[in-house]
Design a protein around this ligand. Structure first.
Ligand SMILES: [Zn+2]
Length: 451
C-alpha cells in the first residue's frame, strides 16, 4: 500500500494515550491523508511511502498544545514589558488601541511561525481580530482554536483602577464573535475551530458575560478566558461584588454544562478551587509569564482537588521545552518535593490533557492509530544531550535538555510544516520584515499618543 509518509524507527512518547509506556519505545509511524494509520515494529513493512524519515537518534512526541496564548502580541511585546512594574496595565493593555486587522494578521503570522518552531502544533488563542489570526494560521498550516477577545471596558484606564464600560463596544464585539465563528469554525480541513472568548471577569460587564455564556451554550462551544490573573482583577471583583472571580461567575451558573479554559488562576481561593473541581474547567497554567510578573498559580493545590491543568505560554516565549521545564520547577518549589511531579506529568499537560480540554482528544494529544499526525521529531544528535546510551532515562534526557532548536521536523495533520528549523509554508524573512514594520508603527503611534 502506498502512503504519504513513514517515520522509521523513532522512539515514541505518548503511545496509547500515555497509558501503556512510561519510556519512549522504538516504532515506525505510518501516515496517510493526515492520519496515523499504523504504528509497527516491522521495518520490512508492507507500506511504500512517498517520503521516509529516518528516525535514528530521534524521539518523537505528540505535537505540543499551547493551552493559552496570544500569537499576535508575542512579537509586539518582546523586550518592552519584562522588566517594568507597569508592563501589563501601563504598556501592554494600552498598546492594544493601535491594533487593526492588517497588523494583527502580520504579527500573528510571525507569532505562529515562532510557535511552530517552538514545538506547538496546536494553539488555543484569544485576541482581537481573530479572523486575521485564522488567516495566518491557515497560511502556515497550524492547528488553531481561536476566540474573539470580548470586552466592554477601556483597558488603558485600568492602570488607574478606572473601569469605564462601553456597551456599544461590547455589543459590536459580541456580533463580531458570532460572525467569526460562523465563518471560521471547523474550517481548513478541521484545523481551525473556535471558542467563545471572554477577556476577563473584571473587563466585561455582567450583561456581556451572561450574553457570552448564552452564545457558547447556544453554539455548543467551549469558553476561553483569563481568570484570577492579577491582584488588580482580584481587588476589583472583591470591591464590586464582594467575592473573587470564580465565585462571582458561579453565582449565575456560568460553569454549568460548559467546558471552560481559564488562564492563570493566580488569585483563586480554596473555596473557589472546589467550585472549579466540580465543573469542566481547565487551568491554563503559564509558568514563565507568571514568574516574569512575579507570581504563579499554586498548581499542586489545584491538582489535589482534581482540577485539570494544561500548560500555556501567554505571550513572550514559545519554546515548549522551556515551558515544560518551568512548570516542573515551579511545581517543585511549591511543594519542596522532587517527587511532586516529573517529566511525563509535565508532557501530558502539553499534550493529552489539553487535547481533552479542547474536545480534541479523539484527534490529537498522543501517538495513536486513527489520530491526526501532529508530531514533533526531536534529534538527539547534538552534544548537549551527551550521547544516547542504554543507561539514560531517555524521556528525562530530552525533557531536561532539549530546546526548540532540536526539533528536526514539526508535522501537523501529516504535513511537514517545519524542517531543520525552517518553516516550509511561508517565507520567514518576508514574514519577519512585514511584522517588524508593523510593530515599529504600533509602538511609534503608541508613544506619540496617536489614538
Ligand atoms: Zn493571556
Amino acid at each position: 500500500m502506498e502512503v504519504d509518509l513513514i517515520i522509521k524507527n523513532t522512539k515514541c512518547v505518548g503511545l496509547n494515550e500515555f497509558k501503556e509506556f512510561k519510556t519512549p519505545v522504538s516504532k515506525s509511524i505510518i501516515i496517510n491523508n493526515g492520519e496515523i494509520i499504523d504504528i509497527n515494529d516491522n521495518l520490512s513493512s508492507i507500506y511504500i511511502s512517498k517520503k521516509t524519515i529516518d528516525g535514528s537518534n530521534t524521539v518523537t512526541f505528540p505535537g505540543f498544545i499551547n493551552s493559552h496564548t496570544h500569537v499576535s502580541p508575542t512579537p509586539i511585546l518582546k523586550g518592552f514589558t519584562e522588566d517594568k512594574v507597569d508592563g501589563f496595565y501601563g504598556l501592554a493593555l494600552p498598546m492594544e488601541k493601535q491594533l487593526n486587522e492588517k497588523n494583527t494578521y502580520l504579527t500573528a503570522k510571525l507569532g505562529i511561525a515562532e510557535a511552530v518552531k517552538g514545538g506547538y502544533t496546536t494553539i488555543n488563542d484569544i485576541w482581537h481580530y481573530p479572523w486575521s489570526i485564522a488567516q495566518a494560521a491557515k497560511d502556515i498550516g497550524i492547528r488553531a482554536v481561536l476566540s474573539n477577545k470580548l470586552k466592554d471596558t477601556d483597558l488603558s484606564k485600568i492602570q488607574f483602577f478606572k473601569y469605564e464600560r462601553d456597551d456599544h463596544e461590547g455589543q459590536t464585539k459580541l456580533k463580531d464573535s458570532e460572525n467569526f465563528i460562523s465563518k471560521w469554525h471547523n474550517t481548513n480541513n478541521g484545523l481551525i475551530t473556535c471558542r467563545v472568548g471572554i477577556h476577563a471577569p473584571d473587563t466585561l460587564s455582567n450583561k456581556l458575560i451572561k450574553q457570552a455564556k448564552e452564545m457558547a451554550d447556544n453554539l455548543q462551544l467551549g469558553i476561553h478566558m483569563h481568570m484570577g490573573q492579577t491582584a488588580t482583577e482580584n481587588k476589583y471583583m472583591n470591591t464590586e461584588y464582594n467575592m473573587g472571580s470564580v465565585e462571582y461567575l458561579n453565582s449565575f451558573n456560568f460553569f454549568d454544562n460548559i467546558s471552560v479554559i481559564g488562564a492563570h488562576c493566580n488569585f483563586v481561593t480554596d473555596k473557589e478551587k472546589d467550585i472549579l473541581s466540580k465543573n469542566d474547567f481547565t487551568v491554563a497554567h503559564c509558568p514563565i509569564i507568571g514568574a516574569k510578573r512575579s507570581h504563579y498559580a499554586n498548581i499542586p493545590s489545584y491538582e489535589k482537588k482534581g482540577v485539570k491543568i494544561g500548560l500555556g505560554t501567554d505571550w513572550l516565549t514559545f519554546d515548549a521545552f522551556e515551558n515544560i521545564r518551568a512548570s516542573i520547577y515551579f511545581h517543585r518549589l511549591s511543594t519542596n518535593n522532587v517527587e511532586s511531579t516529573n517529566a511525563i506529568d509535565a508532557v501530558k499537560k502539553s499534550t493529552i490533557i489539553p487535547a481533552e480540554s479542547l474536545g480534541l482528544k479523539n484527534s490529537i494529544g498522543s501517538i495513536d492509530i486513527g489520530k491526526k499526525a501532529d508530531l514533533n521529531i526531536i534529534s538527539t544528535d547534538d552534544l548537549h544531550f551527551g550521547g544516547i546510551t542504554k543507561y539514560h532515562d531517555l524521556l528525562s534526557l530530552v525533557i531536561y535538555n532539549a530546546t526548540a532548536k532540536d526539533i528536526k521536523y514539526s508535522i501537523i495533520q501529516g504535513k511537514i510544516i517545519s524542517e531543520d528549523n525552517k518553516i516550509n509554508t511561508i517565507s520567514e524573512s518576508e514574514t519577519l520584515k512585514d511584522a517588524e514594520l508593523e510593530i515599529s508603527k504600533i509602538w511609534k503611534n503608541h508613544f506619540n499618543g496617536t489614538k
